[in-house]
Design a binder for this molecule. Structure first.
Ligand code: PLP
Length: 401
């Protein structure tokens, strides 16, 4: 029978992500036993409030400027793009102008637009390093590319260069990096990135075409203890930054971010044109105007990073103390913990008995771990700690018996 709809998209829309599944389970349990008795660590929804300066800008812009509810240029208001260019030039000597910036509805839109701008043949491959944000596969495949996962470096959660070398081939169009990383919180060091850039440059020459780095940066500002997050366009010309204010300003629901096409890329102008074209084709034009103006007024401001650090320290120290094997997160708001049971899904099922909702790592392309999102109220973390202890103690008891 001839299909009346796009079956691929129907399948995508019908299946819930594992994370959403757990989130819905949490809502169901909360209705039964009370929200305060469920410890939902599934979603990456920022719990630290949006800074006052943003709320004040929004209120004032609404009061004083009727234009903020109208369309801007398709690629974003010129004044906003100028402000962003000025800021990244001051911070990173990016050499940006307003015409290298495209305003988007968050990192998800930044990524889909960028992939649609770059992918031009069904053979094109897009690689990402495990563990990776599961939507990368959806975004890359929907743009018409083949998605290739690079196996994880489970020792340091930097880059496994042996796996990367096996993955790269003449069809590799782009490599997505995400630092600080969801789900590990790891930050790629300068040493790792220098090696990555050298390898990609060598392979670009060997294959006779550019291999692009797509730097997915929703967590750039969420780093602790002065950890350095190197700026990719300064290290690699063929780089496109996919930025978002979702986490840095706790604006996840307002859908605002931008794409920065590095003007040093050989085909920068053509790439920017393709970004504008992909935005147009996908209907991602004129990102929310009010939010564009609000973020532009507050470019140096971020949500309270110290509040996330307190949560990180609380959770990491306690869990290590109880005997969990945790990856130390330098950034983002996730803790990646080795599953004490061989099967991480089984461990998450057991955790549910203690009302702890954790995400098994399988959908991140790296089995055997769980992700704990600690972007929840500090009180929730404090109250959950005895349950984490009981959980691992119960496993230790079983293992001894
Ligand atoms: N990339 C990563 C690594 C993420 O963790 C997320 C959201 O959690 C996104 C992209 C999408 O971000 P946004 O809400 O800005 O679209």
């Amino acid at each position: 029978m001839k299909s009346e709809i796009n079956e691929k998209n129907a399948a995508l829309g019908s299946e819930r992500s594992v994370i959403r599944e757990i989130f819905e389970y949490g809502n169901m349990r909360a209705a039964k036993i009370g929200r305060e008795n469920v410890f939902d660590f599934s979603l990456g929804n920022p719990a630290v409030p949006t800074p006052d300066c943003i709320n004040e800008s929004i209120a004032r812009l609404c009061r004083e400027n009727a234009d903020v509810h109208g369309y801007t240029s398709a690629q974003g208001a010129l004044s906003v793009r100028e402000k962003i260019a000025e800021t990244i030039n001051a911070r990173f000597s990016a050499g940006a102008s307003a015409d290298d910036i495209y305003m988007t509805c968050g990192a998800a839109a930044s990524l889909t637009i960028t992939l649609n701008a770059l992918v031009c043949s069904p053979q094109d491959e897009v690689a990402a390093f495990a563990p990776y944000f599961p939507e990368y596969r959806v975004f890359a495949e929907s743009a018409g590319a083949v998605f290739r996962a690079v196996d994880a470096d489970k020792d340091s959660f930097q880059i496994s260069f042996a796996s990367l070398e096996k993955t790269l081939n003449e069809n590799t169009k782009a490599v997505i990096i995400n630092s600080p990383n969801n789900p590990t919180g790891a930050v790629l060091t300068e040493k790792t990135l220098v090696r990555l850039c050298a390898l990609l440059k060598e392979k670009s020459t060997e294959y006779g075409h550019h291999i692009y780095i797509i730097s997915d940066e929703p967590y750039r500002e969420l780093v602790y203890d002065n950890t350095d997050v190197p700026y990719m366009p300064a290290m690699y010309d063929d780089c496109i930054v996919c930025y978002s204010f979702s986490k840095s300003l706790s604006l996840a629901g307002e859908r605002i971010g931008y794409i920065f096409v590095n003007p040093k890329a050989e085909y920068a102008k053509r790439i920017y044109a393709a970004v504008c074209g992909a935005g147009r084709a996908l209907g991602y034009v004129c990102a929310p105007s009010l939010m564009q103006y609000a973020v532009a007024e507050n470019m140096g401001d971020f949500a309270d990073i110290a509040a996330y650090k307190r949560r990180r320290d609380l959770l990491y120290n306690a869990l290590c103390d109880y005997g969990y094997d945790c990856v130390f997160p330098d950034g983002a708001f996730y803790l990646f913990v080795r599953s004490p049971l061989d099967d991480a899904k089984e461990f998450c099922e057991l955790a549910k008995k203690y009302e702890l909702l954790l995400v098994p790592s399988d959908s991140f392309g790296c089995g055997g771990y769980v992700r704990i999102s600690y972007c929840v109220p500090e009180e929730t973390i404090k109250r959950s700690l005895p349950l984490f202890k009981k959980l691992i103690d119960s496993i230790k008891r079983e293992q001894i018996l």
